[in-house]
Design a protein around this ligand. Sequence first.
Ligand SMILES: [Zn+2]
Ligand SMILES: [Zn+2]
Length: 437
Amino acid sequence: MATILPQAPVQPLQPQAPVQPLEPMQPSATLQPISFPKTKANPDPSLKMKAVIFKNRKSIEVGTLHAPAITEPNDAIIRITTSAICGSDLSVYRQELQGIVTGDIMGHEAVGIVHKVGDGVKFLRPGDRVVIAANIACGLCLNCKNQNYVHCDNTNSNRKLEDDYGQRSGGVFGYSQLKGGYDGLQAEYARVPFADVNCLKVTNSPLNDERLIWLSDALPTAWYANELSEIRPGSSVAIWGAGPVGLVTAMIARYRGAAKVVCIDYVPHRLAKATQIGATSTIDPGREKVISKLKELAPLGFDACIDAAGFRIQSQLKHKVMKFMELEVSGSDFMKEAAFAARKGGIICVIGEYYQPLLSSFPIGAFMEKGLQLRGGHVSVQRYWASLLTLLETNKIDPLPLVSHILGIEKAPAAYTMFDKKRDSVVKVVLRNPAQA
Ligand SMILES: [Zn+2]
Ligand SMILES: [Zn+2]
């Protein structure tokens, strides 16, 4: 018999950042004047840098620009030592997001050394080694005070998301006008607004950049997926997408004691990697029927189904036709398969990207009849990264085996092509900047 989720008192998961309930909105909070930082950094005329620059759809180049200068008092300028390419950078590369402009600097994952700080920065000094968070938070607004940093009210001056969804999310580095239009981190220097909040000091960490870089986004995202999915000893979880985030999500699920971890992906070398890092089973939808295989693996259903793949999955003919006719961008394979595969009362968790507001084939009947719960969203990196640093430093989790390529920043165009086409057994690509005296 399959083991059902233990009903015994739930053991607190270690380490767990304190989760505070969202305080009721105070009327005064909604009336506070919002002041966005200047999005585009002033150039530093005395310093040039290399940067990975968006040209056109599927075309990027490594160009030379002026480095950014301190533009707001809370800014720090970071000399980036290492950056990384994330699965969601491909959405920028493929121009799948609105508001990607020629000349934008790519990337939102980086480690570096503080070069300069503005007058308002309290906790950082030149020479400090830091990890930079993918999401930009002010640390002052009600959402930031409740540790919902990704929903910061003060860092995204673009109102498109507010028009679509009622409220807008916070800013993100290198991620289109939709997320504020900030320059990205795949460069030799970057400007970090509200630097005290958005830099994690790692000066004394013995870890190399290739391990620390996971704290910028992928590792907190994976932890958040596990939190939302309530993964605990004995849990069963199926994960769609075995890219870097899906794989590190599987790794953390195993660390948290999940008994059954199934990874689903079309790319054989990714599935091999999933097995290597502890997945108990893998499914290639090109060779097996996902629903029947999942039913065979967990007849009572999975405690959690996690989408780490996003809107691109669409094997059904109907969706291919709708995409072709530009009626719908997002595929519904995940939602349909997950609603079937989840146990009664199970959790469906979406951490993959969905940019379009609507999905026409939402399996609402299963939610009603099986009592499913839908959770998801972007992670607030700053909520988890200090605890996760401890996990890395104590070697409880080591994502280094997922780094398949370490390349110089000048190789970025070839690296993007390789990652986009999933060639050369690519999993995670890390870009190094030349060492400086
Ligand atoms: Zn990322
Ligand atoms: Zn804020």
